[in-house]
Design a protein around this ligand. Structure first.
Ligand code: HEM
Length: 424
């Protein structure tokens, strides 16, 4: 609906008939840039759309103001392109080992729920490396379904953000149960990390080094860990889940992708040195995030009144930004509904408005994990395609369901065929 409204208005600002305070949809890249970068300090991550999430995230890098700044300053050095590159060897080896475990599906012919399997793969690779192994496999397997329940059960609150908490909505109970389940896993890990601090450069160790002795450190570390895990695991797994239905619907793209992986990786294992050569893989992932941006809604509240391209925006107004709408504007995208990775061939991006495409947001709140994603996702995709030919079993069409992230409403059931030499 938001995408359709943005499109009908050709990117002009739309006032939505919702709730007691004014709500605006901004989809034009100039307006997105104004909110995320130009006048970002006036547009805060708070208000009725953020409130439901706060019960899970607490006070963290996903907030705003001084709390956000202090967490961002602590975490930033762990996410620079240069630092992330130092993790590539360990991550590639972990990915290779974990994808090897999928052999069982190929041998038995059994299919699996791609959403669940991608979440587990992300836990075992990206999260394991990021959290320095402090998150055991067993803990990850309890966390992932709890976040899943939280992301699904929050949908009612996102659609009725103005509803007071004294009024119970469907999903409220499930959401609070999910928060409790997440705390049951995370709090003992935080206590363990505080009791046995290590000099490492993983998220836990760095947060402990920075927060120890500040008072209230258990809560501060818990909030940042829960937020970073939520931001990293859910969005990465959702994006990878969408890949399979889209490849199934676009066999030429799938064939070219497999050909690239065969050429670059061969029979494996996938190595960090393959990454610069996996150019088409990167283009496919970029186009995937255009049509299915996992982070689909960035709500903000205008602190003071503003004038945006001639439209007065009142203090206290809610401003909604969604890449799902901007990524589909006819004024900026040719055939926006077509899945076409060529849009991201070298040189194409430079010709576009910087804010016509922003799956990782922009400005001071830009996603910390984008370099990590661009390293982990091609490694995972290449490791899978170097060993197997994935086949979708039934289902479809797959429709985007707006939950905490933009997931397929239907279960994506996937089978794996082993690749025989010369058959690809
Ligand atoms: C497909 C994968 C991902 C997508 C689509 C994504 C998307 C986003 C977006 C859109 C924002 C900005 C939100 C806003 O402006 O309100 C964001 C922020 C953030 N992301 Fe990601 N993200 C992804 C992966 C990751 C990973 C792997 C990590 C960490 C390991 C991560 C950590 C963060 C953090 C900490 C923030 C908050 C930054 C701040 O406000 O200073 N993300 N992400």
């Amino acid at each position: 609906m938001l995408a359709e409204l943005g499109r009908q208005a050709s990117g002009e600002i739309v006032r939505l008939p919702a709730g007691p305070s004014p709500v605006y949809l901004f989809s034009h890249p100039d307006d997105v840039q104004h909110v995320l970068r130009g006048n970002w300090e006036n547009y805060r991550r708070q208000g009725m759309f953020w409130r439901p999430l706060q019960r899970l995230l607490g006070e963290s890098v996903l907030n705003d103001g001084a709390v956000w700044q202090s967490s961002r300053d602590i975490l930033q050095p762990l996410f620079t392109a240069r630092y992330v590159t130092t993790l590539a060897g360990e991550m590639a080896a972990t990915v290779d080992e974990r994808i090897g475990e999928l052999e069982g599906y190929a041998e038995s012919g059994h299919s699996f729920d791609a959403g669940e399997e991608m979440a587990d793969i992300v836990n075992e690779t990206v999260i394991k490396v990021l959290f320095g192994g402090r998150l055991s496999r067993e803990a990850g397997r309890r966390l992932s379904p709890a976040y899943d329940r939280a992301a699904r059960s929050i949908a009612f609150r996102l659609f009725m953000p103005f509803m007071p908490y004294s009024v119970r909505l469907p999903g409220d109970r499930a959401f609070m149960d999910a928060v409790e389940a997440i705390d049951d896993v995370v709090l003992p890990m935080v206590r363990g990390a505080l009791a046995h601090p290590r000099p490492g450069r993983d998220v836990f160790s760095v947060l402990c080094q920075a927060r120890q002795g500040q008072g209230n450190e258990e809560r501060q570390i818990r909030d940042d860990v829960v937020s970073v895990y939520g931001a990293a695991a859910e969005s990465t797994a959702t994006t990878l889940t969408w890949l399979w239905p889209l490849l199934d619907a676009h066999p030429q793209v799938a064939a070219r992708l497999s050909a690239e992986v065969e050429h670059v990786v061969g029979t494996g294992p996938v190595l960090p040195s393959h990454l610069p050569e996996l150019r088409y893989t990167k283009m496919v992932l970029q186009e995937l995030m255009r049509v299915r941006p996992a982070g689909w809604l960035f709500p903000r509240v205008a602190e003071r009144e503003d004038l945006v391209r001639g439209v007065p925006i009142e203090a206290g107004a809610q401003v909604l930004i969604t890449p799902y709408a901007t990524h589909r504007l006819d004024e900026f995208w040719d055939r926006p509904e077509d899945f076409d990775p060529e849009r991201f061939s070298p040189g194409e991006q430079e010709r576009r408005h910087r804010y016509a495409y922003f799956p990782f947001g922009g400005g001071p709140h830009q996603c910390l994990g984008r370099h990590l994603f661009h390293m982990a996702a091609p490694l995972i995709v290449a490791a899978i395609l170097s060993r197997f030919r994935p086949v979708l079993r039934g289902g479809g069409p797959f429709t985007p369901a707006p939950a905490g992230s933009l997931r397929p409403r239907e279960k994506v059931e996937l089978g794996l065929l082993p690749i025989r030499r010369g058959e690809r």
